[in-house]
Write a protein of this length. Structure first.
Lengths: 150, 150
DNA sequence: TGGATATCTTATTAAAATAGTCGGAATTTG
DNA sequence: CAAATTCCGACTATTTTAATAAGATATCCA
């Protein structure tokens, strides 16, 4: 039940792009340095995000990547689905083309996995890059308040 | 974000034991035949469940396994934790000994994984073998009602 | 125009996890 | 004693993960 680095790195990279909106294209090199992720590896991950339209690319010198749409229109669930595949604790309850076991038309355990799937999807789809930016801002202001009283 | 066969087979095996309560020890062989799971592989899985006290074993001929406690006291989350380890979409939010990344004391993405972890745990801990038995019974009666009208 | 900076594409790889398999020892029943 | 069973440790093939590497293509800027 672990997320792979693909999903985790992907969310961090997308959040990094969100934090640098309005500064023109952001190079993979700068993302990889800030986030401590291999540049070559990031390249693979972002290729998928680009094909899915979550990022736009600008080639050539001074090129880089930009968010494919407004941060409030990019859900964490979108990113995870691109990089990790459909949300599903088991194949038989995959969000797309579930391969049902033929053994039984009704399966008591399947209903469990469906509930798990839905609860994961609900969390991931309730968080957007926009809400992440707000959370980060909120923390920043709380921290400076705290610093003030020391 | 996939459950491995360990967790899936484990839940099915435990549910099988619940369905055969009161019939004396249930052999691995019979479970593996009913569930279509390799007997040798099941052996490995049930060893962990036994050490955790979720099942009791009876050695020798006519031996087998029994639930370690009443089915309403065995949560699906208990089974999953034994076979898959602590519930956690990432190491940094593991239910036990989370290995926090040293990079930042506060991490916007970590709060996401915490929410995912908690929502998974809530689902898995809300379902017991008892509730699974009830669900199976409910389906059975619904199905016979349906059959009646055909 | 040419060099520096980037993205894009494909192939390869080392390590770990997954999903078993195998053989045999120990225990209990009839 | 023989059959049925749990118990235990070692082995293995396949897949996935997490990169690494090399080079082609595109664009900016001096």
């Amino acid at each position: 039940m672990k997320l792979s680095t693909k999903g985790r790195y992907g969310v961090r990279a997308m959040f990094d792009l969100a934090q640098h909106m309005g500064e023109g294209p952001v190079s993979l090199k700068s993302i990889s340095e800030r986030q401590g992720i291999s540049e070559h590896y990031l390249e693979q991950l972002i290729a998928g995000l680009r094909k899915a339209g979550l990022v736009k690319s600008v080639r050539g010198a001074q090129g880089g990547y930009l968010l494919g749409r407004e941060p409030d229109k990019i859900k964490v669930g979108d990113i995870i689905r691109v990089l990790e595949g459909p949300i599903a604790p088991t194949e038989c309850v995959s969000e797309e083309d579930p391969e049902c076991c033929t053994k039984s038309e009704y399966c008591v355990t399947r209903t469990i996995w469906e509930k798990v799937r839905d609860s994961i999807a609900e969390v991931l789809d309730s968080i957007t890059l926009e809400t992440m930016l707000e959370d980060a801002q909120k923390f920043e202001s709380e921290r400076s308040l705290y610093m003030y009283y020391i």
